[in-house]
Design a binder for this molecule. Structure first.
Ligand SMILES: C[S@@+](CC[C@H](N)C(=O)[O-])C[C@H]1O[C@@H](n2cnc3c(N)ncnc32)[C@H](O)[C@@H]1O
Length: 246
């Protein structure tokens, strides 16, 4: 346990939030995520009232987006001060939330339902659909919610290689059969692995497919614009045969 908490490097992440060094925090849901929800991967009737989980949710931009689609959205984040920012933003920014929502989910059933309601009611509906939990994605404190979608933008690729199997096990167990795991990560960065000041970062060539192979199928892997490092989007789907792992 002691070794695990050292590998998690929570202090590093909390320092980033304390110092406001958040180069990833664009406040915008990536087009790849919006495209997924505009696609036919999941039908409207399959999504409303279902759960989605954002692992390493940071300041909550994408949890808010998922809730705006009519999903119950759970954000998991290791850094307590990152979550505090997420909570504050959720409480405060009704207007930016609406702007983001309208751009990204025109065709969505949950969004249509909210469309005719006054601002305060909209905000309350969104708030009621969001849960933010401080925890490690390598030891998820949730079960039996059967999420149809799990998202990870830039968290898993920073997790120490010794903890990646635990993370993969949790995703495989939690995700509903037929549900999707959507992941963004850098390619493996050898320079970080050899620098004692830095945490190992990125994925080896077939690492993602191999970590999840028994339970999830790879649907697609797309190379993304390097920002600033070579990176990819991975979309995996849980095999229907795996109703639940033992
Ligand atoms: C690069 S940031 C991305 C944040 C967010 N996904 C976004 O796109 O804005 C990585 C996030 O993962 C969080 N994190 C790192 N290790 C984690 C772990 N083991 N469990 C949960 N969150 C973790 C960090 O605190 C940080 O907020």
């Amino acid at each position: 346990m002691q070794k695990e908490s050292a590998l998690l490097n929570q202090a590093h992440w909390e320092k980033q939030y304390d110092e406001g060094v958040l180069p990833w925090d664009s406040g915008i849901t990536p087009p790849e995520v919006v495209a997924f929800w505009r696609s036919t991967f999941l039908k409207d009737e399959d999504r409303v009232g279902k759960f989605a989980v954002d692992l390493g949710c940071g300041t909550g931009t994408n949890v808010t987006y998922l809730a705006s689609l009519g999903l119950h959205a759970i954000g998991i984040e290791l850094a307590g001060n990152g979550l505090a920012v997420a909570q504050e933003r959720l409480r405060q920014h009704t207007a930016p939330m609406q702007a983001n929502t309208l751009v990204s989910s025109e065709t969505n059933v949950g969004q249509e339902k909210m469309g005719s309601q006054p601002d305060v009611a909209r905000r309350d509906i969104l708030l009621s659909r969001v849960a933010l939990i401080q925890a490690s994605a390598t030891a998820l404190p949730i079960s039996n919610v059967d999420p149809i979608y799990m998202l990870d933008i830039g968290c898993f690729h920073t997790i120490h290689p010794d903890l990646r199997a635990a993370y993969a096990q949790d995703v495989c167990t939690l995700l509903a059969p037929g549900g999707y795991f959507h992941l963004y990560g850098f390619d493996w960065m050898e320079a970080c692995a050899n620098d004692p000041q830095k945490t190992p970062r990125g994925f080896h060539e077939n690492e993602v497919a191999e970590l999840f192979a028994l339970v999830l199928d790879v649907v697609e892997i797309q190379r993304a614009t390097a920002s600033p490092h070579p990176c990819r989007w991975y979309l995996l789907q849980k095999k229907e045969a795996h109703s639940h792992l033992p």
